[in-house]
Ligand binder design. Structure first.
Ligand SMILES: Cc1ncc(COP(=O)(O)O)c(C=O)c1O
Length: 401
């Protein structure tokens, strides 16, 4: 066997990924369980067909039409009107956030996040030679703003990433906390000789809103902060970036389309590092066609939210701790042997995820029929012996979150 010159820091690393298993009930990667309707499929196929006729040419590098359509969608969803130049997109929000670290991270620079959180953040950092530093979330998975401010002042990170709602806990950040973190980030980025007299930079704060559309009524989006301006009309938070995706509420995980909203200066920095023509003509055409059907594609979001809230109540009624969630999944437990519970569910055709704090499992919200299968399987797996909730102990807490 040949010996390849793999980068030393990649020795022993495994490719990221949840198990891809062909089982009847797949509730492990936070997808939308509802497939697009035949009418939507037909429109996407027709749009892809028209794009195919021009595939001898490279696609539109800056794709203003798609960026404008995404801006329209955000205006409808969150009431925040942005220019198309304030939107960026790539193959999933994973790629969008990699662009952020390519542009602002790099050797000698730091990315800060707060755990437990999405397991890809360290990989974006590794792949861009950015140092990855974490602090803890509170026991209820909210963030302690003072601790975040202290960590920013200590580390001078180029980028802070905070998921809201957070994966795997479902916890959303209050807007006041985001504002406090943005204020703490002013002038606290890495020193950059090109930045002026004192070399001070503002650390970029990414609010990862992959699951935002599932948030409960009254829970705000950080997009609102992009509208705020100072007296002179300049954006008040030019160091804020909000990432979104079509993979979750939109039900288009297979499309690979994630996007970001920020001030134009930040978006233009991302345009420097993207590979030329990174978004294929087929992706652009399919995304535009899907956005034309946004109402239909999003029509199940309300019922998924209801199903999620029913799931939390049911889990608690069984004696488990289940955290309040603003996303399409629920973290629950604790189990003395969570892997055995996971395996027991899998043996019954239900795939969920071993992720998050020790003892806990994460289940994504599926169709009512899938959730019924999950409840039946969990009841069977936990009906005896070691997997039962401790009825005298913490499992019976009503809502520790
Ligand atoms: C918190 C969070 N952010 C981002 C992503 C990436 O989504 P995508 O690359 O499909 O847009 C995920 C996917 O599960 C996620 O959980």
């Amino acid at each position: 066997m040949t010996v390849l010159p793999l980068r030393p820091d990649l020795h022993g690393c495994e490719p990221y990924g949840a198990p891809e298993l062909d089982v009847p009930v797949r509730l492990n990667v936070n997808e939308n369980p509802y497939a697009p309707s035949p009418a939507v499929v037909a429109d996407i196929a027709a749009a892809a067909g028209r794009a195919a006729a021009g595939l001898n040419r490279y696609p539109d590098r800056d794709f203003p039409d798609l960026r404008a359509a995404l801006a329209d969608y955000l205006a409808a969803e969150s009431g925040v009107r942005l220019d198309w130049q304030q939107i960026w997109a790539a193959n999933g929000s994973n790629e969008v956030m990699t662009h952020v670290l390519q542009a602002f991270g790099g050797p000698g620079r730091t990315c800060l996040s707060f755990t437990p959180t999405y397991s890809m953040y360290p990989e974006y950092a590794r792949d861009t030679f950015t140092r990855y530093v974490t602090g803890p979330r509170r026991e209820d998975f909210t963030v302690d703003v003072d601790a975040v401010a202290a960590a920013i002042a200590r580390e001078h990170p180029a980028v802070v990433i905070l998921a809201s709602p957070n994966n795997p806990t479902g916890t959303a950040l209050p807007l006041d906390d985001v504002v406090a973190i943005l204020e703490a980030a002013r002038g606290q980025g890495p020193v950059d000789a090109a930045a002026g007299d004192d070399g001070a930079t503002d650390c970029v704060v990414v609010i990862d809103e992959a699951y935002a559309e599932f948030r409960r009524p009254g829970v705000p989006s950080a997009l609102e902060l992009l509208e705020r301006t100072d007296g002179d009309g300049a954006p008040r938070y030019p160091h804020l970036a909000v990432t979104r995706t079509m993979s979750k509420a939109f039900g288009m995980a297979g499309l690979r389309l994630g996007y970001l909203a920020a001030c134009q200066q930040l978006v233009d920095a991302l345009r420097i590092v993207r590979l030329p023509y990174h978004l294929s003509a087929l992706t652009q055409a399919a995304a535009l066609a899907a956005l034309d059907h946004r109402d239909e594609l999003m029509s199940q979001v309300a019922s998924l939210r209801d199903e999620r809230d029913r799931l939390v109540s049911w889990l608690r009624a069984q004696g488990w701790t289940a955290y309040d969630s603003d996303s399409n999944f629920v973290l629950f437990g604790p189990f003395t042997d969570r892997r055995a519970v996971w395996q027991g569910l899998l043996d019954r055709g239900v795939l969920i995820r071993v992720v998050g704090p020790e003892g806990y499992l994460r289940v994504c919200v599926g169709t009512p029929a899938e959730m019924a299968d999950f409840r039946t399987a969990l009841t069977a797996v936990t009906s005896d012996g070691p997997h039962q909730p401790d009825r005298n102990g913490q499992n019976l807490e009503e809502n520790p979150a």
